[in-house]
Design a protein around this ligand. Structure first.
Ligand SMILES: Nc1ncnc2c1ncn2[C@@H]1O[C@H](COP(=O)(O)OP(=O)(O)O)[C@@H](O)[C@H]1O
Ligand SMILES: [Mg+2]
Length: 476
């Protein structure tokens, strides 16, 4: 067995040190995947090991490192030692490799026992939830978690967890193609092209340098500040409530409920009101996962009347909340396409309005102002970050903690990377678009907003400048 030390780039020697976490991060072609695969195959030959090969999303074994490990087995001439089947790899000494995705796989992951090493490959998009699920599962004495990834955004949970705020028991090294003595020619050419064409891409893809806030649409959104709970009774007593729907012909639409709640007695300017998202539908619990993952997978099979019932149930009428107006995206598939409910927004509005279908009265806000609301929402998220948050220094936008889809979307909604191929960030990526879209539609619907006291009391006329709401009065 002459070949039985894996030959590795120098920096990968950390894999042989003793540490709970071993993290290889950096650009493509630095030998991270090969190095770890070889090392694990050799280790599993030398002693019986139970190895979990995990990644965030693994729809099939093909998307796992199974193939890579099999190749390494052949290269190391260990075909007689390891038995490779389509799903598994086992060694004659009892070594075993298991392949799992972390996302939506809670029960399976939790039930895994006796893992010696967990390798999380392509870990850049592993979520906070997945890390919190995984790390206590790997609990055997001296067990280790090996992580390899090419950083993408600086605020990604993996980058934050293992690079920015690395714990003491973590060995993390940055490895790049320059560290890989076997960096292949094909990749060399690709790298040179990227370097010549796009500096930011080159640095991210090849040097492992994450992109700043990553073209976020709502960079100011901060979980610790903008998630807030308003008591439903307070919403009922003080709030004016609205909903907005981003409809879909076959799949679930997305809907958010917005309460506009006065902050003070002036009630004259937009900043005199909190805008609070108090509910969403469908929720994470309704779908058994995040909307952004499932929006193109789960058909809505029930009737419009059923949908209307779901919507009414979310209004909060049991607390006395009344929804004033209900908005729908007017840009819904403009008269084209084929779907089961209607052939245009007007058609959909008409369908919902029928009493058999629940009698929902939907309105279309003025279409042209919908996109502009992005800026207004962003403004509402701002406050002076150098000062403590107080009643006089606080954002006027918040989301209820139960609205998980809305929260994850506001955090991650980004401009698409380079849709034009010229390095500019322009188009919004679709993935997290619907929840923020509904908020925009709600805001657009507030164009001619006038606060009404839900208790029915008439408001004293205010002497200050009247807010004439046509045009852009909500825009500062
Ligand atoms: N230990 C090694 N021995 C020989 N070639 C290697 C080794 N490590 C990496 N390579 C070569 O470098 C390429 C990139 O390595 P890889 O592990 O896929 O990089 P990364 O995972 O960092 O993107 C591989 O396809 C292979 O051609
Ligand atoms: Mg790799």
């Amino acid at each position: 067995m002459a070949t039985l030390t894996a030959k590795l780039p120098e920096k990968l020697q950390i894999l042989f040190e003793k540490s709970r976490y071993k993290v290889l991060y950096g650009g493509r072609g630095s030998g991270k995947s090969w190095g770890i695969a070889q090392t694990l195959i050799v280790k599993g030959f030398q002693e019986p090991l139970r190895v979990l090969c995990a990644r965030e999303i693994q729809n099939s074994i093909r998307e796992s490192v199974h193939r890579l490990l099999s190749d390494k087995i052949s290269e190391l001439e260990l075909d007689k030692f390891y038995k490779t089947t389509e799903r598994s790899i086992t060694g004659i000494n009892g070594t075993e490799f298991i392949f799992e995705g972390l996302f939506r796989n809670v029960e399976k992951i939790k039930s895994l026992e006796g893992i010696d090493i967990c390798w999380v490959e392509e870990a850049h998009n592993v979520s906070e939830d997945s890390w919190n699920l995984l790390t206590p599962t790997i609990r055997k004495e001296d067990s280790e978690i090996w992580v390899s990834f090419n950083p993408k955004y600086e605020d990604d949970p993996t980058y934050q967890r293992f690079v920015v705020n690395a714990p003491d028991n973590c060995r993390a090294v940055l490895v790049n193609y320059l560290d890989n003595p076997w960096f292949p020619d094909v990749l060399q050419k690709e790298m040179e092209q990227d370097r010549a064409r796009d500096k930011i891409l080159y640095e991210q893809k090849w040097l492992g340098r994450p992109v700043g806030t990553g073209g976020k649409v709502f960079p100011a959104f901060d979980k610790t500040i903008h998630i807030r709970q308003f008591d439903r009774k307070l919403i009922a007593q003080r709030g004016n409530c609205f909903i907005a729907m981003d409809p879909h012909s076959h799949y679930y639409p997305f809907i958010t409920w917005l309460a506009v709640i006065p902050k003070n007695d002036r009630m004259n300017w937009p900043e005199d009101f909190y805008k609070h998202i108090y509910a969403e539908w469908p929720t994470f619990e309704d779908l058994g996962g995040y909307y952004y993952e499932l929006r193109k997978k789960l058909f809505y099979k029930d009737s419009l009347a059923d949908m209307a019932r779901e919507i009414y149930a979310k209004d909060g009428s049991q607390y006395g909340i009344k929804v004033h107006r209900r908005f729908v995206d007017s840009r819904y598939a403009k008269g084209s396409g084929s779907w089961n409910w209607s052939t245009s927004t007007e058609g959909l509005v008409e369908q919902f309005a029928k009493s058999d279908n629940g009698g929902l009265k939907l309105e279309c806000p003025y279409e042209k102002v919908i996109d502009a609301q992005k800026q207004v929402i962003h403004q509402d998220m701002l406050y002076n970050t150098f000062q403590p948050v107080t009643q006089y220094n606080e954002p006027t936008f918040s989301v209820d903690p139960a609205c998980k889809n809305t929260i994850i979307s506001l955090q991650n909604h980004r401009l698409e990377e380079d849709p034009k191929g010229d390095g500019s960030l322009e188009k919004e990526s679709q993935k997290y678009k619907e929840p923020p879209d509904t908020i925009r539609i709600n805001y657009a619907g507030l164009e001619d907003f006038r606060y009404q006291d839900p208790t029915g009391k008439k408001r004293k006329r205010h002497k200050g400048p009247a807010i004439k709401r046509g045009g852009n009065s909500w825009m500062r």
